[in-house]
Design a protein around this ligand. Structure first.
Ligand code: HAH
Length: 344
């Protein structure tokens, strides 16, 4: 770091810490993924800086309907109550996904693979029950998560959903969701959303839905980014391409890993100085871009809040810690925080 950087850092230590969501009041909502642990351990931080929450896991299929017809809303309800007490919005995550969905969903009682009509009926029951339960309390839902194939020319990822229902499982999910809560904003959500190949496939999928008149209102860019990837140009191009569909854009799961995806090193107990400097630079530029596009971006959610807890601890490299947020392990603002709140 140069002298200027060091001086800036020293001075920031003495500044009054503004509320992140208040700083972004005229741009977009600022969200955090939460879980029952962080709602305790990070409660003060979350209340001060965020005006939207998403359940990290607690509203996924396996959590809400672990057994056929047996719905467990208690934990999700507590999160919604927390949001209400604190004047926050709630993003619903997620109704239909190939992960964290129980096996019984795809099986008959005798263990054989179920048929299309039965699976559609179960899908409808799940979506309807969940969305009616949270009607008026959850303003938007990730209806389908991660349905696009990462590699190759196939549009959709092969899954139980495509295998049993077929490619139209996505349309059906959106139709059921719209019927269940016509007021809710319905999102398609995916990762690697700024990589040109996947971006174009996500665009193609959503364009088909829009052209067919399927009720879809937004695209969720997960934004699991890192210090080198994706490039700023790729991010701009992705935002512009999705925006051309005329839909709302949310960043739904933002974090900035200090490791590249292929990096397997496990020796660090804290980020290197180079990582720290790069992370400040990346966060600063990311939010500059996001502000530029705030006419199409209405919400930016981090997939966590502070570095003491992140799903990236242990993913994709087991036992390895990560530091992907703008607040440190003690919930103090990092230089990245100052980088995103300092603008004209
Ligand atoms: C996300 N997958 C999921 O949407 C979210 O529900 C989960 O809690 C964490 C991450 C992201 C993902 C990825 O970045 C790479 C490979 C597979 C999945």
């Amino acid at each position: 770091m140069d002298n200027e950087g060091v001086n800036k850092m020293k001075n920031n230590q003495f500044r009054k810490i503004p509320s992140l969501h208040k700083v972004y009041k005229s741009h977009f909502l600022i969200g955090a993924a939460v879980n029952p642990l962080t709602l305790q351990t990070q409660q003060e931080l979350i209340k001060k800086h965020f005006n939207s929450i998403t359940a990290e896991n607690e509203m996924k299929f396996e959590e809400l309907q672990p057994e056929p017809g047996h719905f467990t809303f208690d934990v999700g309800d507590k999160m919604v109550a927390f949001a209400k007490e604190n004047g926050m919005k709630v993003r619903g995550h997620t109704l239909i996904w190939h992960n964290q969905t129980p096996d019984w969903m795809f099986k008959n009682e005798d263990g054989s693979v179920t048929d299309r009509d039965t699976l559609l009926e179960r899908m409808k029951l799940h979506i309807t029950t969940v969305m009616e339960h949270y009607k008026g309390q959850i303003y938007c839902w990730d209806v389908v998560n991660e349905a696009i194939a990462d590699e190759g020319s196939e549009l959709l990822r092969h899954s139980k959903w495509t295998e049993i229902i077929g490619d139209d499982f996505i349309e059906k999910a959106f139709e059921y969701a719209h019927e269940a809560d016509p007021e809710a904003l319905l999102f398609y959500n995916d990762y690697n959303e700024s990589h040109p190949h996947k971006r174009d496939k996500i665009y193609t999928l959503i364009k088909r839905l829009v052209d067919k008149g399927i009720p879809i209102h937004g695209v969720g860019l997960q934004a699991h980014w890192n210090l080198t990837d994706p490039s700023y140009e790729e991010i701009r191009a992705a935002i512009e391409k999705y925006a051309s569909l005329g839909l709302e854009i949310h960043l739904t799961e933002m974090d900035v890993s200090v490791f590249n995806f292929e990096d397997r090193r496990t020796d660090l107990t804290e980020p290197t100085n180079e990582m720290k400097t790069l992370q400040v630079e990346r966060y600063t530029e990311f939010f500059k871009i996001l502000r530029e596009y705030s006419h199409v971006i209405s919400s930016v959610t981090f997939w966590g809040a502070a570095d003491d807890y992140t799903w990236l601890d242990g993913f994709p490299v087991r036992g390895r810690k990560n530091w992907p947020f703008v607040f440190d392990e003690n919930h103090q603002p990092k230089e990245s925080f100052w980088g995103i709140v300092d603008f004209e």
